[in-house]
Design a protein around this ligand. Structure first.
Ligand code: NI
Length: 172
């Protein structure tokens, strides 16, 4: 398992629309394992493949490490099949949008289907943090970041801050 560098905005690669995985092969399982390691190394709770530069519809999420034990869940080709009218607001952050957090409103409950790491079709109904996290990560597969959900003013402030931070890093 390899920790791979995480892309940060602004980066045109983060706007790519990822493509479906044809078959869940060992190559995909290695990608999932690398994603999990990269997520843990960065202290995140979710990661989409595009965040390490791979434009495939693969997510890894781990919301609660029980007793420090790692149990990352892979969601391959995930699709929302139902979303509640009721919404919920969570303060979101993103490993690709460092040092920025803001409230985002999304459907409070969703139903989704996906393939697990063995290529088996699974369905789930999620609420709370998992519902939000899944929607945030699925957005990445369509090239959308959580700051794209903010007001135009807030988004432009965020982009300015990210651009500045990136320039500072490059010249450091
Ligand atoms: Ni994110």
């Amino acid at each position: 398992m390899t920790v791979r560098p995480i892309l940060t905005a602004p980066d045109p690669r983060l706007q790519a629309v990822s493509t479906d995985v044809d078959a869940v092969t060992d190559e995909i399982r290695t990608l999932v394992d690398d994603m999990a390691e990269s997520m843990y190394a960065a202290d995140g709770i979710g990661l989409a493949a595009i965040q390490i530069g791979v434009a495939k519809r693969v997510l890894v999420i781990e919301l609660d490490k029980k007793d420090g034990k790692k149990n990352p869940v892979a969601y391959i080709n995930p699709k929302v099949t139902w979303a509640s009218d009721e919404t919920a607001v969570f303060e979101e952050g993103c490993l690709s949008v460092p040092e920025i957090w803001d409230d985002v409103e999304r459907p409070a409950r969703i139903k989704a289907e996906y393939l697990d790491r063995n290529g088996k079709k699974q369905t789930l109904e999620a609420d709370g943090l998992l519902a939000t996290c899944l929607q945030h990560e699925m957005d990445h597969l369509n090239g959308v970041l959580f700051i794209d959900h903010l007001s135009r003013l807030k988004k432009s402030m965020a982009v300015r801050k990210l651009t500045k931070a990136k320039k500072l890093k490059e010249t450091a």
